[in-house]
Design a protein around this ligand. Structure first.
Ligand code: GLU
Length: 462
């Protein structure tokens, strides 16, 4: 979904960054719309509350490495395009850098830096032994055919091949990339890495196709982790999943799996929006049929125009009315799941919203100004580093399976994922009560607590 089409051009916070002193110390320019500064400001606010030593705060305020590469790719018409790609390695105190690579026309260095920092926090919160990284190529994958996409994937991985590795930095899918792209990444790396560790180096990438060392359950993992979190937290807030109403923003991998799995638990999806439009049916939209429709047509627009109520559906329907994006946000629901891109819920959307809880499936979908409005309206915001950590958790399981040459069945994957998600949710709640903070700050505190302890034990080299 294009950020520009949905969000206001600027979303100035009413107050200054709370971590202004650190930004000044590091010579960082104060741009209130900058996703990286917004992200680090929230992390450092939690670090202050936790009384994390100042030297750790400045370490975490900047990524360890920022890699930028320009590389030529031949298009099908014989012309060449010079593309720009990034890999940011934020922190590896807990283990190898880990995080996805996105293909999107809007990719920028600061966005990738923010997403890498979120990976550091996410891995720590769910206690998987990885640090945080992220990558991206500034390209619109929808404008490429399969061969062009393959050449972009292979050239980018060869451009950063010396910087990644199965025990140092492990990419995965993100927006605009999928299991097929991971297969090309892994194969390219294996060819470059040489014959000695050729097969072991398969695990340089996670999110691979099952036949090529992927894990069962990885594709649905982010959506499933989100459902595990809301299943743990919402009933205690008087909201059982059975009968809950939900709206979903973005119906790609995360949104469509979250929608389908919520429906499986008895919740009703009443509104969905993406870059092609927005739809609503107060009786419930069939989440499975919508996923099929999006797979075929590329988006939610036009869903159910000529359909009738589904057989399975006593209360789910294959029909829906087109609505505006404003109507989508204004639809009254128990739970809203933003599962598209960053910075989509600004103060404008937050004013419109009419829900009790937001569960962030996307990374950083809520701006600080948007979040302040949501909290002032009494809306609970369950943060991305908790809600969308299921993806990297099953990535970790995939890496473990590759390393030990075993294959887990789906029940085992689901059970282990649930354990990580439930414990992360409880850790967040504990921090919330102990420090009397909102859920985002609590999640950062729970993540930073672990990182702080590890730094204290290891010390700073030399
Ligand atoms: N890109 C996903 C995320 O943002 C998954 C990362 C991974 O599996 O390493 O969490």
């Amino acid at each position: 979904m294009s950020k520009a089409t949905i969000t206001a051009p600027t979303d100035r916070p009413t107050t200054e960054f709370r971590s202004k002193h650190v930004f000044d110390e590091l010579g960082m320019v104060h741009d209130p719309d900058n996703l990286y500064l917004q992200t680090i400001d929230a992390v450092l606010t939690a670090a202050e509350i936790l009384e994390l030593p100042h030297h750790l705060q400045i370490i975490l305020a900047q990524p360890k490495n920022e890699i930028m590469a320009h590389f030529p790719v031949m298009m099908n018409d014989g012309s060449y395009r010079l593309l720009k790609g990034y890999r940011v390695q934020h922190n590896n105190a807990l283990g190898p850098y880990k995080g996805g690579i996105r293909f999107h026309h809007d990719v920028s260095l600061d966005d990738v830096k923010a997403l890498a920092a979120l990976m550091t926090m996410k891995c720590s919160l769910v206690r998987v032994p990885f640090g945080g990284g992220k990558g991206g190529v500034k390209v619109d994958p929808r404008a490429l055919d399969r061969d062009e996409l393959m050449r972009v994937s292979r050239r980018f991985i060869s451009a950063i091949a010396t910087q990644i590795g199965p025990d140092s930095d492990i990419p995965a899918p993100d927006v605009g990339t999928n299991a097929q792209v991971m297969a090309w990444f892994s194969d390219t790396y294996q060819n470059i890495a040489g014959p000695n560790n050729r097969h072991d180096s398969l695990r340089v990438v996670t999110g691979k196709p099952i036949e090529m060392g992927g894990s069962l359950g990885r594709e649905k993992a982010t959506g499933q982790g989100l459902v595990d979190v809301v299943a743990e937290l919402l009933p205690n807030m008087g909201m059982p999943l059975e009968g809950l109403t939900c709206s979903v923003l973005g119906y790609g991998n995360v949104g469509s799996w979250a929608g389908r799995l919520m429906q499986e638990r008895g919740s009703k999806i009443t509104a969905v929006a993406d870059h092609t439009g927005a739809i609503r049916n107060d009786e419930g939209i069939d989440a499975d049929l919508l996923a099929e429709h999006c797979e075929l047509t590329g988006g939610v627009a036009g869903f159910g125009k000529a359909s009738s109520p589904t057989e399975a559906g006593s209360n789910v329907h294959a029909t829906a009315d087109p609505i505006s994006i404003e109507e989508f946000y204004r639809t009254e629901v128990d739970l809203l799941i933003p599962a598209a891109l960053e910075q989509m819920i600004t103060s404008r959307e937050a004013e419109w919203m009419n829900c009790k809880v937001v569960a962030e499936g996307a990374n950083a979908p809520t701006t600080p100004a948007g979040e302040r409005i949501l909290l002032s309206k009494g809306i609970e915001v369950l943060p991305a580093i908790l809600c969308n950590a299921g993806g990297v958790t099953v990535s970790y399981f995939e890496w473990v399976q590759n390393k030990s040459a075993v294959f887990w069945d789906i029940e085992h994957v689901d059970r282990e994922l649930n354990k990580h998600m439930v414990l992360a949710a409880r850790r967040t709640q504990l921090a919330r009560h102990r420090f009397e903070v909102d859920m985002r700050t609590a999640a950062y505190i729970a993540a930073l607590d672990q990182i702080g302890k590890v730094y204290q034990m290891r010390g700073i080299f030399p």
